[in-house]
Design a binder for this molecule. Structure first.
Ligand code: PLP
Length: 448
């Protein structure tokens, strides 16, 4: 498997020259940012290589080139944070402090909000769950990360429209108060964006706080805690082009200062005696142990880079490609796009389809093995939502990001149309790990 940068340049030129369809400016259909996987070639069954098309960005996004460069620059200085007297240790300590400020600034944190670095969104929401002094209300559309951690949980079933769903939330909170309402900013199944400003007003009107699972939303849109009056925000670096193992929980300090430390250990304590411990307050309380310096620095750099790209530019790029994707899917026979809400008029570059006939798992395997296209098949860790809105047991999800191009969308639509009409060209078998080519002659990548 080769990474051919010259080929990447050629592909980008192709993508820019491709007909973008009505209303989609040509330049916006080229990749918006340089990513580590640009121009990656992958082998296909029967021999040969093709340019990889990454439409599984909602699961994990490749690193931005600028993030990779930043990490490479910091590695020579890698040293312990907060404990070392050496020059590298102090440089790295300053970098982590700056990263915290960058993250806070990017998400519009208030001066007294905490930025706690975590492993990912799941970790951030589990931390918050340990701090909530009462019940949490969630919708059934949530990813399991925002469904399972809450100890005292009430689940409200989504309705056919967002408007009716907000009425149901309103009624639930009016009937019985809750400490927290935790909602996703955008569905990881349908890409539908929820009106978080309105939901924040609704929660506050009933005396509840609001947390937003921004795992999907934040990499695509500017999210601002203060402007939207959100109390907490959770997100992951690996979905925001910084796949180095860090995420964050940002928000109000009081509950977090009262909560049991997320991890017990060094760094989270003021003083320790055999008989008792003086736990710190603030972010330190929940960040015991040696922090993931590389992940934290990468996350901050990625958010700074997204800010540099600009919210409007990112929206335009995504809007053009998402329209192209949905237009193409709507024209395909035998394929149904899954929707959560009839009135959702804003969505990220995510589309999940189900098939009238056949297995999406088989199709996903064939897309990868025969066409070099990565998508995802399954229920996307949102089982209650998927089971309510889908007709079949599994869907196939294509998701776009800053590295996506019109050419990516077209290759996917073309390959999907051919697979739905004619089936795969090779034989596959179902294994405990999913569908696999019966004979797989693709070489393993040389990663050493
Ligand atoms: N929330 C949403 C909406 C997601 O899409 C995901 C992951 O796909 C998560 C939470 C969990 O994120 P992580 O695996 O980074 O903890």
């Amino acid at each position: 498997m080769t990474r051919v940068l010259a080929a990447a340049g050629a592909q980008q030129a192709d993508a820019a020259a491709a007909p973008a369809g009505p209303g989609a400016p040509l330049a916006l259909c080229a990749p918006l940012a340089a990513l580590a996987d640009a121009g990656l070639e992958v082998p296909v069954l029967g021999g040969g290589v093709v340019r990889h098309v990454n439409l599984d960005v909602a699961a994990s996004a490749p690193a931005l080139d600028s993030v990779v460069a930043h990490v490479a620059r910091l590695l020579p200085y890698y040293a312990s944070v907060h404990r070392g007297s050496g020059y590298p240790s102090q440089a790295i300590t300053a970098l982590v402090d700056e990263a915290r400020a960058t993250v806070a600034g990017h998400v519009g944190a208030r001066d007294d909000d905490l930025v706690v670095f975590t492993r990912n969104t799941t970790d951030a929401l589990n931390l918050l769950a340990s701090a909530v002094p009462g019940e949490t209300v969630v919708l059934d559309i949530e990813h399991h990360a925002n469904l399972l951690p809450w100890r005292e949980r009430r689940v409200v079933a989504g309705r056919a429209t967002i408007a009716a769903t907000l009425e149901a939330l309103d009624a639930e909170l009016a009937a019985r108060p809750a400490a927290l309402l935790s909602v996703t900013g955008a569905s990881n199944v349908t890409g539908e964006v929820l009106p978080i400003d309105r939901i924040a007003r609704l929660a506050h009107a009933h005396g509840a706080r609001i947390a937003v699972d921004a795992a999907q939303l934040l990499p695509h849109r500017r999210v601002d805690l203060a402007a939207s009056d959100l109390d907490y925000l959770a997100f992951s670096g690996h979905k925001a082009y910084a796949p180095f193992g860090a995420g964050a929980l940002v928000g109000r300090a009081d509950w977090l200062d009262e909560a049991p430390p997320h991890l017990a250990g060094g760094g989270a304590v003021g003083a320790v005696g055999i008989g008792g411990v003086d736990w710190k307050r603030g972010a330190d309380r929940h960040e015991a142990g040696t922090p993931n310096v590389v992940g934290i620095a990468a996350l901050a750099r990625a958010l700074a880079e997204l800010e540099r790209l600009g919210d409007e530019c990112r929206r335009e790029h995504e809007r053009a490609l998402t329209e192209r994707l949905h237009r193409g899917l709507a024209a395909l026979r035998g394929v149904r796009v899954i929707r959560g809400f009839d009135d959702a008029d804003d969505r990220l570059g995510i589309a999940t389809v189900e098939l009238e006939r056949g297995s999406v798992g088989l199709l996903a395997a064939a897309l990868a093995a025969e066409h070099g296209i990565s998508v995802r098949a399954g229920r996307f860790c949102a089982h209650p939502f998927f089971d309510r809105v889908a007709r079949r047991s599994n869907g196939l999800r294509a998701s776009l990001g800053a590295g996506s191009s019109a050419d990516d969308v077209d290759r996917f639509l073309d390959a999907l149309a051919r697979l739905v009409a004619d089936g795969p060209a090779h034989a596959y078998e179902r294994t405990p790990g999913g569908w696999c080519p019966r004979v797989d002659d693709r070489p393993r990548p040389e990663i050493d």
